[in-house]
Ligand binder design. Structure first.
Ligand code: GLA
Length: 705
């Protein structure tokens, strides 16, 4: 046996290598071990003997579980030749280590396939894991399954949080004990979907406790599968495994001699609590995933036309909207759906990416010029991967969509999906998008994707590559254009797409009460600067709920803020309140978009608290959604402060009219209370959180010693 040890800042991984042509097992995944820890002893301390009703040499699934030697769990790799499953026997041949990386090479003699398994500890101690295949043999091999991650799960993780969801209600958390039959899931919509099933938390603590947590995610924008098998052997040996990978259709990936294939990457992070976990994911995303972060301007405040005007577009109406937006302090005007072809409703014209002469007799130029004059830049909505049956594109090329020859073509939102594996489709879409970006000064694209991929014609994996290829080519040609990934809200959010775009649309639901659940759920993994966060109209078009502007605006500050409502339909007071919050967002975005996010706990389950600390500043948001059971809600305890430091604490105005009457000493909150980090984190701040739909921002500034 040989051992490989990888250390992050807080994390150690130890692998035991059976160098006699065996496998590599992860025998330790946890808090950083002291220097000089005897790795053989670490392995010996957890080694198991053979038990009854088990193969005489008990199989070790390790980082590349296979069926050989009697392992009955899900294998990481399944190959076929001529449709017949091959019993692989991958043996560790060599390995290479860097300071924070290890690359294991396995070889399967029967097929000549080399399998690489690579684990890298990166920024924020996030670990990326991926598998590669190389066909060194003489015959083609069909790849039926290739995991991105096979993790021997440490036994202390006994609970799992998974997510479910639907349109306008993404990322609903469910925490439960890992049942003996584990978790098995595969998506089939051609994208990760609203359910967030490509994200997962494993907990070492008892129910509801915020203890040690291990998270896993598959960075892939197509269909995924996962298997959490607490007893994969089915024989009671309790060796839990977690596997994740992209779904491959039968025959979709055939590796010819000399060809290679790589899985997407999975991301793991281990942290002492959920705030630390969020910070690990955010650090990794900021430094290692998001494109060209150093070049980004500040996240501009958007006005998006969708919930303001819908399809009711005209040049004059849009110019009026832009003018009222600029008066609020908006910095970017985004023209959403309805500007192209004959698109006067959502049943037509996708694919006809030409500015509609009915709506814009003079083209987009006058609108964009006015937007620029008003000091804003201009963004445009597109949904390139789709085609409406009622479109010039479809009439000219009815075979360009995903379909099964001779069968009906079922639509969703009245549309079909284009076959992105076809070169001519790629060419057409690139030409159209490129022309739009060359002909107009467009700073931002909202890239939408509003239907599932069916029938997928046996190519769900390579369709996703087609999406990536188109994005890649467009970004290379227009590197200064920011892109948002939207899929009817949060239907396609993952690190694969986030390595190619600048922000995501977390949900079509702008209702602030719903956002108070949706944003904390996404921000478990994604930093606030990539989460579009808009003030919508009241009543909200999806939930019908009416909410005060103060509440809507405070909630929207915690994200990449925007407005998706018509300021002309607001009262003067509402506009004033919104403008004040836009100014607050501008003042604080440097903190919110670079700092460390802390999830704030409160005994009232209807109170949500979040806080971001950065250098000597911090901003917290605390919001009450229900009627508090007590008049004086429990104080809000802050987090992430230096215990010994002293902070000036203020409540930035405006204040919610209903709640301000309950402040004990308003002037003290204006001038600022000075308290130590210890006092703020232990006892906290007594804020009026009695009334439903009231929220507070809490600003902190660390004072010089
Ligand atoms: C999707 C998006 C919305 C909006 C509409 C336009 O539903 O999620 O934000 O852009 O399309 O049709």
């Amino acid at each position: 046996m040989e051992f490989v040890r990888l250390d992050g800042e807080r994390l150690t991984l130890v692998f035991a290598l059976d160098v006699g042509g065996g496998t590599a097992d992860c025998v330790y995944c946890g808090a950083r071990l002291p220097e000089g820890e005897d790795l053989a002893m670490v392995a010996a301390a957890t080694a198991r003997g053979r038990h009854e009703s088990q193969p005489d040499t008990p199989p070790v699934p390790g980082v590349l579980p296979e069926r050989k030697h009697g392992w009955s769990g899900t294998p990481a790799l399944e190959l076929r030749r001529g449709g017949v499953r091959i019993e692989t026997d991958c043996r560790l041949t060599r390995w290479a280590t860097g300071s924070q990386a290890v690359h294991f090479m396995f070889h399967d003699r029967s097929t000549g396939i080399d399998v690489g398994v690579r684990w890298v500890i990166g920024e924020g101690d996030a670990v990326t894991v991926g598998l590669t295949l190389a066909n060194t043999g003489k015959a083609p091999v069909e790849v039926e399954r290739l995991a991105a991650l096979a993790l021997p799960v440490p036994a202390r993780f006994t609970e799992v949080t998974r997510y479910s969801g639907r349109w306008a209600d993404e990322m609903q958390e469910h925490r439960r004990t890992i049942a003996p039959d584990g978790v098995s899931h595969a998506s089939a919509t051609g994208k990760p979907g609203f359910s967030g099933a490509n994200w997962l938390l494993l907990h070492a603590g008892a129910a509801k406790e915020d203890g040690e947590v291990l998270a896993a995610h598959l960075g892939w924008s197509g269909d995924h599968w996962l298997a959490l098998e607490p007893d994969a052997q089915g024989a009671g040996d309790g060796r839990a495994m977690l596997l994740m990978g992209a779904v491959l259709e039968a025959g979709e990936v055939v590796l010819g001699p000399g060809e290679n294939f790589a899985s997407p990457q999975a991301v793991l992070a281990l942290a002492p609590d959920r705030s630390a976990l969020a910070q690990a994911f955010h650090g990794f995303l900021r430094k290692a995933v998001l494109p060209a972060r150093a070049d980004w301007p500040e996240r501009k405040v958007h006005l998006n036309s969708w919930e303001a005007l819908g399809f009711d577009l005209s040049e004059a109406g849009l110019i009026a909207l832009a003018e009222s937006a600029a008066a609020l302090g908006i910095e970017r005007f985004v023209l959403d759906d309805g500007w192209f072809g004959g698109r006067r409703d959502d049943r037509t014209s996708l694919g006809d990416w030409f500015v509609s002469p009915d709506v814009f007799p003079n083209g987009l130029a006058p609108l964009i010029a006015r937007v620029h004059e008003l000091g804003m830049d201009f963004g445009l909505w597109v949904e390139p991967e789709m085609v409406s049956p009622d479109s010039d594109l479809y009439r000219a090329h009815p075979d360009w969509c995903l379909h099964v020859e001779g069968r009906e073509r079922p639509t969703m939102r009245g549309q079909l999906a284009l076959d992105l594996t076809r070169a001519e489709v790629q060419e057409y879409l690139f030409e159209r998008l490129d022309a739009l970006l060359r002909d107009h000064p467009i700073a931002y694209l909202k890239w939408d994707h509003n239907r599932d991929l069916f029938p997928a014609g046996g190519q769900r994996f390579i369709q996703t590559f087609g999406f990536y290829a188109l994005l890649h080519r467009l970004r290379a040609a227009h590197p200064q254009v920011e892109i948002e990934s939207c899929s009817s809200g949060g239907g396609r959010i993952d690190f694969g797409v986030l390595s190619r775009v600048h922000r995501v649309w977390p949900s079509d639901n702008n209702d602030a009460i719903e956002r108070l659940r949706i944003i904390p759920a996404w921000s478990q993994f994604l930093p606030l600067e990539v989460l579009g966060s808009h003030v919508g109209p009241s009543p909200n078009p999806i939930t019908g709920r009416r909410l005060a502007m103060d509440f809507r605006a405070k909630v929207a500050v915690f994200g990449h803020m925007g407005v998706e409502a018509d300021p002309a339909r607001m009262t003067d007071k509402e506009r004033e309140c919104l403008a004040a919050h836009i100014a607050l967002y501008k003042q604080w975005r440097g903190v919110l978009h670079a700092g460390a996010l802390h999830r704030l706990a409160h005994p009232d389950p209807n109170v949500t608290g979040m806080m971001v600390t950065h250098a000597d500043k911090a901003l917290a948001l605390v919001a009450q959604t229900a009627f508090s059971p007590v008049f004086d809600a429990a104080p809000l305890r802050l987090a992430g402060l230096e215990p010994e430091a002293r902070y000036r604490v203020t409540l930035p105005e405006p204040w919610a009219p209903k709640a301000r009457h309950y402040l004990a000493n308003p002037d003290a909150w204006r001038e600022g209370l000075v308290l130590s980090g210890t006092a703020l984190m232990t006892q906290g701040l007594a804020l009026p959180l009695t009334h439903p739909e009231t929220a507070w921002l809490v600003a902190l500034e660390r004072l010089p010693q």
